[in-house]
Write a protein that binds this ligand. Structure first.
Ligand code: PMP
Length: 361
């Protein structure tokens, strides 16, 4: 059977070792004669899963003790509402950096809570899409926090700079980049990420929040989005997505076995270098993002002759390279190459691209 490599942007591929382990223990987990999905979230067995997942995540990301880790529902879009609900307090505005599709979506949600100060950081560098350097971001003095998205999953645009805004509370949507490279958590007030790209199955959302930011939610904020309520209840205020939590825990263990975030960062760089290298060497393929703002996780690319798009997608699919169709708002192709995508997957893709160009270029 052809080896399948799945380049989906999310839900995305998971490490095969993790899936095999889940398969093995699916119907008889820990000798209980039942699956992990069918037991109480308050049982001692599940609480152990929950605690291990948290402590492995803390190890992987070196999360300082004064941060809470919350395992939530509602996806990153749920957090688009939770952030203003928890952090605005009596402030009338927050800074929202607009660098692409998802940052913009967060702004639309924030508008339900306040009048966000929108900072459009999109620019053009040598004819390519780029983001203004952080030193040029016009933050306002009266903003409760500054929100930005370091990796735009659809646009394929990334902000590599680390935030350094003095005492400002920095909030970041890391949905498509969490755990792909080391992170200095101390620079952030809140980090959040939907699990379905670099963590585990859809249904789980990770929030890492500095303790002093708890307990400030506006009273109309639903309890299920209130960080203090979630923290006080060890993320079990209501029934959590137990299977997604369990599976994410297996992914954290897998990541540790790979050598942790520093090692996966090295491999991610190799994968991105290989793919962008092939795109840049040819006139047949093109990526229109400035080198300094290219995403290592989501690589959009176009064929110079768009009439070949369908053939490219059909043939790549037949070769076992799945889900390469670009997002409907961008078109062309997109290869999402998160942690679980092995180097060989990207090598197989680039070999295919070179061969496709030879035949149709
Ligand atoms: N932010 C980013 C950066 C994303 O990539 C996505 C999903 N593609 C979202 C937010 C929305 O996530 P969810 O579907 O979990 O609400």
């Amino acid at each position: 059977m052809t080896q399948i490599y799945n380049f989906s942007s999310g839900p995305a591929m998971l490490p095969v070792e993790v899936l095999r382990r889940a398969e093995q223990e699916l119907t008889n987990w820990k000798g209980l004669g039942t699956s992990v999905m069918e037991i109480s979230h308050r049982s001692k067995e599940f609480i152990q899963v929950a605690q291990e997942a948290e402590s492995d995540l803390r190890d992987l990301l070196k999360i300082p003790a004064n941060y809470k880790v919350l395992f939530c529902h509602g996806g990153a879009r749920g957090q688009f509402a939770a952030i203003p609900g928890n952090l605005l307090g009596s402030a009338a505005t927050a800074d929202y950096v607009d660098g692409g599709y998802w940052a913009h979506s967060a702004i639309l949600e924030a508008e339900k809570f306040c009048a966000p100060n929108v900072i459009d950081v999109k620019t053009v560098l040598d004819g390519k899409r780029a983001i203004l350097p952080m030193s040029q971001w016009q933050l306002s003095d009266d903003a409760a926090y500054v929100h930005f998205c370091p990796n735009e999953t659809i646009d394929g645009v990334a902000i590599a700079e680390q935030p350094a805004f003095g005492n400002k509370v920095v909030v970041a949507d890391l949905s498509s980049t969490i755990l792909s490279s080391p992170l200095d958590i101390n620079r952030y007030g809140v980090i959040y990420a939907g699990a379905q790209k670099n963590i585990g199955p859809a249904g789980l959302t990770i929030v890492i929040v500095r303790e002093d930011l708890l307990g400030k939610a506006r009273k109309e904020v639903p309890s299920i989005l209130d960080y203090k309520v979630l923290a006080d209840n060890d993320s079990m205020f209501n029934t959590p997505p137990t299977f997604a939590w369990y599976l994410s825990g297996l992914v954290f263990k897998w990541l540790k076995e790979q050598g942790g975030v520093a090692e996966i960062d090295r491999i991610n760089q190799q994968k991105a270098d290989l793919l962008y290298g092939v795109i840049d060497k040819s006139d047949f393929y093109r990526n229109d993002v400035a080198t300094s703002n290219r995403s290592r996780m989501n690589v959009p690319f176009q064929l110079a002759d768009a009439s070949l798009d369908k053939l490219f997608l059909d043939e790549s699919y037949a070769a076992g390279l799945h889900a390469l169709k670009g997002h409907r708002v961008v078109g062309g192709m997109r290869a999402s190459i998160y942690n679980a995508m092995p180097f060989e997957g990207v090598k197989t893709l680039t070999d295919f691209m070179i061969e496709f160009e030879r035949r149709h270029g």
